[in-house]
Design a protein around this ligand. Structure first.
Ligand code: ADP
Ligand code: MG
Ligand code: MG
Length: 503
């Protein structure tokens, strides 16, 4: 492919036809740049829209931007225009959402499956071991709350080789960008309206994205099931969080639409202010908490000392609805994803053959490194590392291993301590998504790059005992990054927020 154009300040120009690729399938066409003032018109339009509509994050150049709201804001990185995405694959991903909700819920209820599947990983991964210990303790004490609330995001990429939609992973904790993702779709529809026919795009081909409202609704329903009108929702947050506006949006929507308050506390604050009352009712100060929503706690970095673990345990033991509870958290582990891909394992959780086929159809190749049959795949990945991604049990982006490093790491793991460390990782078939040109805007500066996209489908699930209260897709997130970048993740700085233009 031709190399990408050099980055430009807002003000660089190109023709309308530069955007024509979006309505065609010609994904590999690099747009031409000439003197028509389209980008110089669109970029400031997009930047001002973002600021005026809260499509913002904390600016890393500003010291207090992660702790004080309203200080040091910058627009969230975005793609100037929506990226082409096949309509059929989009529908397929949406259709899968309720099935993955059920799968996560059923896996979460199978304590033996969780503990056994992660038994070897536990020995190689201290963080997973801690989570498994909390799980065991909860099983022992009995989980006090029968209401389950899942807010998930299942992520997919298109595989160029086969044209298939393949699942990258499912997130069962702290799935981020429901709000900023919704806003980007609105931004794109606005820019298309602004340009009239100039772009060759149709606003109606950019699906409305209701993720933020769907999340607010799920909190409200879980709150209602809990049944205490005085109660608040607690969002557990990192002490420093530059993605706070995505979170504040949820709190605002919840209050505006349902009159329910959401408070924010770090683990440290939870430990200082949290208590359990009668029947393990959770209090923060004098406030009853009915729902605990974790936007922290998925990474070992969130537990710098024993206090944070004590706070996590306090929340888990409480009668509040946890989103997620420890079982849901574990069900989202990459090791579990890999185990589910083994022959016959989905069948443990689903009876309906059609459902099984649908779920299986999006599984990429996944391999564990901790059993008798692993030697062959390890050898193959050492020989052909470009065909694989090596993944530890971590979340949040920036943790996977690619390319030549896969061989190096596998050899190192295999040859150290009899290979016990292998169990901390899984191998996944590397997906090569179709490449398309896009205008990425970071820090007010745009660049034209060859990019790839990852589609996330949010979903919401609520069960109260045996009663299913909610099981639905809940909007989407498209993330787009340079095709030269291995890792993904907007917060981690690799990708930008985007929306789909269905083709
Ligand atoms: P995390 O939980 O940290 O988000 P992911 O499994 O989603 O972990 O991996 C992070 C990123 O790495 C993804 O967003 C994607 O860009 C890239 N990635 C992960 N798995 C694959 C794969 N099998 N093929 C290609 N890229 C992948
Ligand atoms: Mg991911
Ligand atoms: Mg993840």
């Amino acid at each position: 492919l031709p190399s990408a154009d050099p980055p430009g300040e807002a003000g660089r120009a190109m023709t309308h036809s530069d955007f024509g690729y979006l309505s065609s399938q010609a994904a590999a066409v690099t747009p031409r740049v000439n003197d028509e003032p389209l980008v110089s018109d669109l970029v400031p339009q997009a930047l001002s829209w973002s600021s005026l509509n809260g499509l913002v994050i904390g600016d890393k150049n500003h010291k207090r931007s992660g702790t004080v709201p309203g200080i040091g804001l910058v627009h969230a990185p975005f793609s100037l225009l929506p990226s082409p995405f096949p309509r059929q694959a989009f529908s397929q991903a949406i259709e899968l959402a309720p099935l993955f909700n059920l799968l996560a819920d059923r896996v979460s209820q199978d304590a033996e499956f969780l503990q056994q599947t992660l038994a070897r990983t536990r020995k190689a991964d201290h963080f997973i071991a801690r989570l498994l210990d909390i799980h065991l303790q909860m099983l022992d004490e009995g989980m006090k709350q029968k209401i389950r609330l899942g807010l998930h995001r299942s992520d997919y990429m298109l595989d160029t080789a086969t044209g298939e939609l393949l699942q990258v992973e499912i997130n069962t904790i702290a799935s981020s960008f429901p709000a900023l993702g919704s806003l980007v779709a609105s931004l794109h529809r606005h820019l298309i309206d602004w340009c009239g026919d100039g772009l060759g795009l149709e606003a109606e081909n950019v699906p409305q994205n209701g993720a933020v409202d769907a999340f607010a609704q799920a909190f409200a329903l879980a709150w209602k099931e809990y049944g205490d009108n005085r109660a608040v929702v607690l969002m557990v947050v990192c002490p420093e969080e530059r993605n706070m506006y995505d979170q504040y949006w949820l709190a605002l929507k919840l209050f505006q639409s349902y009159g329910i308050k959401m408070i924010r506390k770090s683990f440290t604050q939870v430990l200082a202010e949290g208590t359990l009352g009668d029947n393990n009712t959770l209090f923060i100060g004098k406030q009853v908490v009915s729902v605990v929503y974790y936007r922290a706690g998925y990474s070992p970095d969130d537990y710098p000392s024993e206090s944070e673990w004590d706070a996590r345990l306090l929340l888990e033991r409480s009668a509040a609805v946890k989103c997620p509870n420890i079982s849901y958290h574990l069900a989202g582990a990459k090791k579990i994803q890999q185990e589910l891909a083994k022959p016959g394992v989905v069948e443990r959780f689903f009876e309906n053959k059609e459902d099984i086929t649908k779920v299986r159809s999006c599984f990429a190749g996944l391999w564990g490194l901790d059993d008798e049959n692993s030697a062959a795949i390890i050898e193959e990945a050492i020989r052909n590392p470009e065909g694989f991604v090596l993944k530890p049990q971590r979340e949040g982006g920036g943790n996977n291993i690619y390319g030549a490093d896969v061989s190096k790491k596998l050899v190192e793991l295999r040859d150290t301590d009899g290979g016990v460390g292998l169990a901390a990782y899984i191998l996944m078939q590397r997906i090569f998504p179709p490449v398309h040109p896009a205008y990425l805007v970071h820090d007010g500066i745009w660049s034209c790059e060859e990019t790839v996209s990852e589609l996330g489908i949010f979903s919401a699930y609520i069960r109260n005992g045996n009663k299913e209260v909610l099981n639905t897709e809940a909007g989407y997130l498209l993330r787009t990054k340079s095709s030269q970048t291995n890792e993904g993740g907007v917060a981690a700085g690799y990708a930008v927020l985007d929306s789909v233009h269905l083709i």
